[in-house]
Design a protein around this ligand. Structure first.
Ligand code: PGA
Length: 242
């Protein structure tokens, strides 16, 4: 089973997500035979969360891009895990590089969010990745090990976890790393976790490079930003995944 997850980021209104869902559901149904080996998911922004509840009979996964690490209280402007549970959310992105760099999310905070999620049936998709400087200084493995170990600190059972490897310098600019680099990273993550946790790749995945990425034989799928925003193109991408 492979995953194709769309991260809409801050790009669609609730009305746009509604029509996207209509198109996506139809296209998945039309291509059901060809897509039987792939789970397709979308993560719109918080204002669309209730659409998950409305579409509880859906043929795709519904996720969120972030969550707060407390269940309730005086946290103006934040969204509780209780909201995600009530809306029947399937997965939540945790520690996306934009959250880390623009909103100061630390590994400690990410650890709190994952601990929280591990007590529910909602799958955390933990995003990790090195910066260009770290890559050039040969620090990729040290950085990833630190991100994973601190995110999973004191979490004994992470069977409900997905990891997305997203080198920061490849996000949103059309560049992907060498396939051999991704393969080495995925093997490294598996060796750290001693298990079969699904590992996705994210960063400029598109119809232009999906065939190259598909040659990385140990990947379990992709986390896609820009190329997920059009439902028809997103399904085209899904149809190229073996
Ligand atoms: P991109 O974003 O596909 O637009 O590069 C990927 C991500 O940030 O998850």
């Amino acid at each position: 089973m492979k995953y194709l997850i769309g991260n809409f980021k801050m790009n669609k209104t609730f009305f746009e997500v509604e029509s996207y869902i209509e198109a996506l559901s139809y296209l998945i149904e039309q291509n059901a035979n060809k897509l039987s080996n792939i789970k397709i998911g979308i993560a719109p922004s918080f204002d669309s969360t209730h659409l998950s509840y409305i579409h509880s009979n859906r043929n795709f996964l519904f996720g969120l891009q972030n969550i707060y690490h407390e269940l309730n209280g005086a946290y103006t402007g934040e969204v509780s895990l209780n909201v995600a549970i009530a809306a029947d959310i399937d997965f939540i992105l945790i520690g996306h590089s934009e959250r880390r760099s623009l909103f100061n999310e630390t590994n400690e905070l990410i650890n709190k969010k994952i601990s929280h999620l591990e007590k529910t049936r909602i799958t955390p998709i933990l995003c990790i990745g090195e910066s260009l400087e770290e890559f050039e200084n040969n620090q990729t493995f040290t950085v990833l090990e630190n991100q994973i170990k601190s995110a999973l600190k004191n979490i004994e059972d992470h069977k409900n976890l997905i990891i997305s490897y997203e080198p920061v310098y490849c996000i949103g600019n059309g560049i992907i790393p060498e396939a051999s680099h991704i393969k080495k990273v995925v093997d490294f993550i598996h060796s750290l976790l001693h298990d079969e946790t699904p590992i996705l790749y994210g960063g400029s995945v598109s119809l232009n490079n999906i065939d190259i990425l598909e040659q990385v034989d140990n990947l379990s799928g992709y986390l896609v930003g820009g190329a997920s925003l059009n439902a028809a193109k997103f399904i085209e991408l899904a149809l190229r995944i073996k």
